[in-house]
Each structure stands twice: as C-alpha cells, then as structure tokens.
Design a protein around this ligand. Sequence first.
Ligand code: FCB
Length: 440
Amino acid sequence: PLGLRFPDGFVWGAATSAYQIEGATKEDGRGESVWDTFSHTPGRIKGGDTGDVAADHYHRYAGDLDLMRDLGLRSYRFSIAWPRIQADGAGAPNQRGLDFYRRLVAGLHERGIAPMATLFHWDLPQALQDAGGWESRDVALRFADYADAVFTALGDDVPVWLTINEPKTVVQNGYLQGHHAPGRQDPEAAHLVAHHLQLAHGLAVQALRSRGGPGRIGPAFNLHPCYPADSSPAAAAATTLYDGYENRFYLDSVLTGRYPADVLDDLGPDSRLARGIRDGDLDIIATPVDLLAVQYYTPIYVTAAGGTVTRWPTSQADWQQIHPDGLYDILTRVTRDYGPLPISITENGLPTTDALGPDDTVDDAGRVTFLRDHIAAAHRAIADGVPLESFHVWSLMDNFEWAEGYDQRWGLIHVDYPTQRRILKRSAHWYRSVIADNAV
Ligand code: FCB
C-alpha cells in the first residue's frame, strides 16, 4: 500500500454501458440500434462478435448487483439504452424498457449504491440513423424528448446524470476513422456531428432543469492530455491545435459557451460545422452543469507535422499508452482553465489478457498496478486542489469492447461467456480493500 488516504466521502465506483453488457437485444420491446446493425455487418467486429448476448446482464442484473455490494461499491455508472425506451427513437416511452432501469435503480438503492446514469453510450436507435443520425439536427431534438421521458420515470431516484458518453469517440471513431458505428469516414460530417452531440447535451441539461428535482447533471468527456513530441516550436503549435480537437472543442463549448477559434479557423468558414451552428446554440450547449465527468486512458504525443508518436508502453489496446501522470495533468489543467467545477472520474482502466486459472482465479496483477498508479495520480490532483468527488473503474465486468468484440477484457470481474459465470479477479479483491480503507 502507498498509504494515500482519500477525503472522507470520496466515492468509489465502477462503470459499464448498456450495449456492452446487457444482451437481450430483442426483448421487452427494444428496438434496433446502430450497434446492432454495425456488429451484424460482416467484417466490422473482431471475431464476428455482437452484443446480442454480451454479459447477459439484462437477465442477470440481480446477481450483478450483489457482486457490486460484495465489492463495496458506493456508485455504479451504467447507461440507459435509448432503443429500450423508444424503439424507433420517438414517441411514447416503452414501459417495459423503463421498468428494467427502475428495477436496476431500486436494486442499487437497496444495496446502498448510488446510481449514476448515462443517457447515451452510443446505441442510437437505428431508425434515427436512417433519418440522418447525428448529422441531422433533429436527432438532437429527439434526444431531448428521450431524456425528458427518462427523467420523468427516474429523475427522482438517480442523483447523478451524464448526458452523452464521449462525444469525441462518436466523432472520431464513428465518422472519421469509421471503425465504430455508423462506420463513416467523412470529416465534414464528423464535425457537424460533434456540434449536434454538444447541442443534444445542452438540451438534455435544460430538460432536467425544467423538471426540477434533485438530480445533478454533466457531460462525460474522454480527455487526452496532449504533449509535444519534441521541443520544436512547430511541435508546440501542432500540439495546441491537436488539443483543440481533442479537448477544448468539448470543454470550451460546454464550460465557456464558445468553440475554440483555432479549431473553427482550421475547419474554415464554409465547413458543415460552421454552417450548422445557429444563433443561440452555444447558449444551449453552455447551460450550466453541476459536474464534469472525466474519462482518462492515455496521453497523446504530437509531432511537428501534426502526427502522433508513442512514448510509453502500450496495453493490449494499441491506442493506450500507460502514463498515470497524464491523469494528474488533465485534472489539474481542467480545474486551472475552467474553474473549480466538481469532477468525477467516470472511466479509467486497462485491458488484460490473464486467463481464468484452474482454481477459479484470475491474476490480473497488471490491472492492480495500473489502477493503483492512476488512483495515486488522482490523489495528488486532489492534494493540489482539484475538486474530485469520485473514481469509477472501467469496467465492473468484462464486456463487448466495440470493434474488438470480446477479445479485450476490461473488467474487475471475469465473465466466462459460455456459462456467464462471474469470477472476481485479483483486481476486484484489491479494489474491495481500497474501498474499505478509502486509500491505496
Ligand atoms: C471508452 C468507452 C467505453 C469502453 C472503454 C474501454 O472509450 O466509453 O465504452 O469502450 O473506452
């Protein structure tokens, strides 16, 4: 142990998302999402995997809740599947879909675990994709309706809401690189999508505010500290612009009501983004939030030519360089640049390849080291004034890791997919003691 105690009341949690764990994709009136379509498209997902069954959490949630209690979790971050609530992305909410999340939320409260609900973790109703997806401004308006239906059903029972999970990942993976749904490679579309995702965020915040009630709400951004790959002025300049696309585009719009001028300049006055921003949009986007959810996995090193290089050892996820100081840097920077908004770390974690041992153990020592070092970095950030409230491990359990299918295991809990048996990994036992001690 490092002997680093956290402030009293610090909240320890773990995170998941609907499509990655629930399965039951055709039950209780759920409609199709873009991830059903994408995962069923040959060649898109490693091994041809889909989320049809995933960790079967839709049926096994009660046992999973007991595991959360056994770990001592104080917070559980999950996401609500829009197509369970509105099969086609519009109209009256589907009661059976809402009921699942009501049962989940009630089960959390029974076990003393605070629910933290994400409204959108990438599973857009396919019908809305067919109507233009996030390229269509109307989808942001649909999102506000959906959010309102969810708040009406669950608003009094969920203390923390997150709007859109990692808008940047939808932009970059879904619309620039194309290895996530909907699988596009269209930079002009991508940045308009970014705006509509930000707009959807702001409209959902307004929907919660107009209902009143106790819930707090904020955006969930994956922030990447960007460092120059060398000491040249050109690398410094390239890093600043890179940071604009990675971080400031999202942070500035929500927290200052402006898109960064360097990014807008770089895209040009005729970009679909520039043409898609209407008067008043940024006021909506900048509707005051209660907290900022930060997800941290990796730093980025930017070359003079605007490319990237790898500086630290990578994990099984080739995009992930292991660099705990990056978490400290991004937390302190956000507090310095945007003021003392409460921050929750809503994702941090590592995939490991450790197999299930014969004695039903999984020795994921690498995950323990990774989490310990990142939690220590978070502790240092708190000591230096960052108002950090909580830390959530990605992920509670192994799950469908998008284009990587089931090959990458990110969980504290091992899922034996053929039997759906859950086995606590070494990291889960370790995390239980971190929670009990409120210290690493
Ligand atoms: C994040 C996603 C989450 C999971 C982790 C590994 O970008 O929000 O669903 O895929 O990465």
